[in-house]
Design a protein around this ligand. Structure first.
Ligand SMILES: [Mg+2]
Length: 252
């Protein structure tokens, strides 16, 4: 754990989801789409999975290359672009298979719950800001399963925004929902560009969780210095305690 010194009290901690509250998993995106496609169109499943995967990757690329000025939009947009009737029973069955594929990769880090409880016990608000294709209902279900739902004051998902991290408006939206100034917010994430740089660009402090094995294509060539590095989620509470007590930074 290492961290910078700051005089502003921390009143809110906002977390990224994938690779932060939930440990990073390498996902075979084409297999994810095959799980859907073999239910929607078993005869042409391989080709459909390929098109859906390409459509998803293109949306992530546009989001990344626009610096978050354009979000991926919602998962439904991928189905609608493919001409799929998203109200049909066949789609709902296929979607259930897609979600089953994802389920093992969505469990919260075992330190997520105690970390959130520690922060809230100190009167600190907590939130989530995630770049995601999924609607809030999917994320809510995952948090319900893991007992986290009641531990967040605000959850914001880029699927429901015109923008995404690292765009300033994404971070502003969650700070406004929490009713806390950016300077009193800390953002915790596994991506130096999307999470740490984005948060710092509007005056938040950024804590980096350095565990995720991100593909090189998703790593912009841009130097970012986090305000602190947390090697495990529970370190976040210690870092916030140190900032709020005004004690000198501990360098480990
Ligand atoms: Mg992440």
């Amino acid at each position: 754990m290492r961290m910078s010194v700051s005089k502003t009290r921390v009143d809110a901690v906002i977390f990224d989801w994938g690779g932060t509250l939930t440990p990073w998993h390498d996902i075979d995106l084409e297999a994810q789409w095959y799980a859907y496609a073999e239910h929607w169109d078993p005869v042409n499943a391989r080709a459909l999975a390929h098109r859906l995967c390409a459509a998803e990757l293109e949306r992530w690329q546009v989001q990344r290359e626009s610096g978050g000025a354009m979000s991926t939009g919602a998962l439904d947009h991928i189905f609608l672009d493919e001409g799929i009737d998203i109200h049909s029973a066949a789609h709902l069955r296929a979607l259930a298979a897609y979600l089953d594929f994802w389920a093992p990769h969505t469990y919260a880090d075992e330190q997520a719950l105690p970390t959130l409880e520690l922060l809230r016990a100190r009167g600190i608000k907590t939130g989530v800001l995630s770049n995601t294709l999924w609607p809030s209902s999917y994320h809510q279900e995952v948090f319900d399963r893991d007992g986290l739902s009641s531990l967040f004051d605000a959850c914001v998902y880029s699927s429901q925004l015109p923008v995404a991290k690292p765009h300033a408006d994404a971070f502003t939206s969650v700070a406004q929902l929490l009713d806390v100034s950016p300077q009193a917010c800390v953002f915790v994430g596994d991506r130096l560009w999307d999470d740490v740089h984005g948060a710092q660009s509007i005056g938040m402090r950024g804590i980096w969780i350095p565990h995720s094995q991100l593909p090189n294509a998703q790593l912009p060539d841009f130097e970012v210095t986090p305000d602190a590095v947390a090697n495990q989620l529970l370190n976040v509470a210690e870092i916030v305690d140190a900032w709020n007590s005004g004690t000198p930074a501990e360098i480990i």
